[in-house]
Each structure stands twice: as C-alpha cells, then as structure tokens.
Write a protein that binds this ligand. Structure first.
Ligand SMILES: [Zn+2]
Length: 103
C-alpha cells in the first residue's frame, strides 16, 4: 500500500511538471516595439511581407499578437502554436506564415 502511494505521488508530480511545460510552450509572438510585424511565407521563404496586425492582447505586461491579416486574402489569421506560425485556410492553398525579424 505504501509503495502504491509513492507511485501515485510520482505520477502526480510528473503530470504537474508536464502541464507546466505545456503552459510554458505558449509561444505566441510578442508585438515588436515599433508595431511592425513581418512574416515569411513558408512555401516561398524568399519573400518578406509586412503583415497587418488585426488583434493584440496584453499578457504578462507585454503585447502579444493574437491575429494578423492574411497577406493574400486579408482574412484574419490566428496563431498556431504547433506550427509556430499564423495559418490561413481561407484562400485556396493553405498559407503558413512565420514571423521574422526585420533585417
Ligand atoms: Zn488567406
């Protein structure tokens, strides 16, 4: 019985650590101080596109970009943490736009 308890404790602790890790994985991009966001089409990485910020949100005293306008069709795109990019499904081909630093 005592041993089982220990295993249970261990499991609970692991789950807690796992959950904490997942929370830290929220990698929504921050809005740059000048407010200019540049994206790159992952299917055509040579092009640098200035994106229109649709929606921002305050989080931990910083502004994060919640939505960007799609450079192709103009529809608002939301952040996909799995892709680490903004995704658009509204214009024919799926658009995947990664945020890049202005060079
Ligand atoms: Zn689009």
């Amino acid at each position: 019985m005592g041993r089982r308890q220990t295993m249970m404790e261990k499991y609970k602790q692991q789950m807690k650590a796992y959950r904490r890790k997942r929370m830290a994985k929220d990698n929504t991009p921050f809005l740059p101080p000048d407010g200019n966001v540049y994206v790159m089409d992952t299917l055509d990485p040579t092009k640098k596109i200035k994106a229109e910020v649709v929606k921002t949100k305050m989080k931990q005293h910083r502004t994060i970009v919640e939505s960007l306008a799609c450079p192709v069709c103009g529809n608002p795109m939301v952040w996909d943490s799995k892709w680490e990019a903004f995704i658009c499904n509204k214009h024919g081909k799926k658009g995947i736009y990664e945020i890049i630093d202005e060079v």
